[in-house]
Design a protein around this ligand. Structure first.
Ligand SMILES: [Zn+2]
Length: 421
């Protein structure tokens, strides 16, 4: 889902865009003299205290929630290394708009001392979280009528989670690991079609080496609960975080982020009801993440480089009518892993080659963080676009958007200094 207002970039912004592109970061190796690291976690409940429309399925026709099955949350991670800072909040919502990012940055960016390129807002793509957060009519079809009071509530709670993470900043150790999880996702367009089984784990330890937090990255839709469900729930990513936090013990924090999930459906281990299946899927992802975590080594210094670029959206009939002219592409290099923030739902046909390209540019591992900073719909390969179907119909940016992403991410990696906006 996408929620922001169309805007035209000024000539000045275009010129500035060219200048900043020449100053973007490249991948560089981790050195022993990187600055000491501090990490903080924060969480805030975004469960509405009244019936609200749920975001995710047009078939709900704006019907409001009838209760709460499990809470939905904003989960924040702050990483501080020398004069660099990453402030990242992940919400149990179907998507976040550029407007949400802008409004949230205006609310807390300065207070947190984080520059725009180090500020990330992502959604888990939960289909049973609060809707009603978009003004645009085409998104209201999938999210229910716009509710300004709910928008303000979600924004305030995201700010609260980030402030809590700032207060929680403490010396820490950090490491990133990657595993494979087969059988818990499937290609929803093609039987036995391609999947992305990569499971990324960002492990945060206390100075004594015991784990205190984890951020997980995996590609699958949080759609175990269908459009008939009217109870607020974080679907399986919520169950995944619960299972990891139980393993971490008191004070532990888990965050789930989605990846190139555009054509990836969940494939649950089973259960008698949708809620049981949702729990089983979350626990299966958590179990594998815990294995990867245990094999991940941590260090007390961190290499943190963030870059943000403006991407000009290809003109199609749909993008001209429905979307603004530009969107945001962002990378975060942590240690030798590169995280590529994608403003919507990327299918694996684009995601897998993009990860390969990022590795070719020097990244030890590449993750895609989908549903980040904006939501422009789906992104497909030209072949998928031609074949048609739901993801192609919802590819408002057309068949060349994958190439536009590739070019922008490559530009980011061709230059050496970080961009300070
Ligand atoms: Zn989706």
């Amino acid at each position: 889902m996408r929620l922001s207002h169309p805007s035209r970039p000024s000539l000045l912004a275009c010129v500035a865009g060219l200048v900043v592109l020449a100053l973007l970061a490249g991948v560089r190796p981790l050195r022993a003299d990187e600055p000491q690291l501090r990490v903080g976690f924060g969480v805030a409940d975004i469960t509405p205290d009244r019936p609200v429309p749920l975001g995710g399925y047009g078939e709900r026709l704006g019907k409001v929630s009838t209760g709460v099955h499990d809470p939905v949350r904003a989960r924040a991670l702050l990483i501080s290394s020398g004069d660099r800072k990453l402030a990242w909040v992940v919400v149990d919502l179907v998507g976040v708009s550029r407007k949400v990012r802008q409004d949230l940055y205006a609310l807390v960016g300065e207070e947190l001392g984080v520059r725009p390129e180090g500020f990330v807002v992502s959604a888990t793509h939960d289909h049973s979280g609060p809707g009603g957060l978009a003004r645009e009519l085409h998104w209201q079809l999938a999210m229910g009528p716009y509710d300004p009071r709910l928008y303000r509530f979600v924004l305030d709670r995201c700010a609260e989670a980030l402030r809590a993470a700032e207060r929680d900043l403490a010396p820490a150790r950090l490491g990133l690991g990657v595993g494979r999880l087969e059988g818990r996702s499937r290609n929803r367009r093609i039987h036995d079609g391609p999947i992305d089984p990569q499971l990324g784990v960002l492990r945060v330890d206390r100075p004594d080496g015991t784990p205190r937090g984890v951020l997980v990255n995996f590609a699958a839709h949080p759609t175990v609960l269908g459009g008939g469900n009217l109870l607020v729930s974080a679907d399986w990513p919520g169950a995944c975080c619960d299972a990891l936090e139980a393993r971490l013990g008191p004070g532990g924090h888990a965050i789930f982020t989605n990846a190139d999930e555009g054509d990836q459906a969940p494939s649950t281990p089973g259960g008698a009801t949708d809620f049981e299946r949702m729990k089983a899927q979350g626990e299966a992802v958590a179990a594998e993440a815990w294995k990867v975590l245990q094999g991940t080594t941590t260090t007390d210094h961190a290499l943190l480089q963030c870059a943000l670029a403006e991407l000009r959206i290809p003109r199609t009939l749909k993008s001209t009518v429905l979307l603004p002219r530009t969107t945001l592409v962002q990378t975060v290099q942590l240690q030798e892993t590169v995280l590529a923030m994608v403003p919507g739902e990327m299918c694996v046909g684009l995601g897998l080659p993009l990860k390969e390209k990022l590795r070719a540019h020097g990244a030890a591992h590449a993750w895609i963080i989908g549903l980040s900073n904006d939501h422009l719909g789906y992104f497909t390969t030209p072949e998928m676009y031609k074949t048609g179907g739901y993801e192609a119909d919802m590819s408002f940016c057309g068949p060349t958007m994958g190439r536009a992403f590739e070019r922008t991410f490559e530009r980011i990696f061709h230059f050496e200094e970080p961009w300070g906006m």
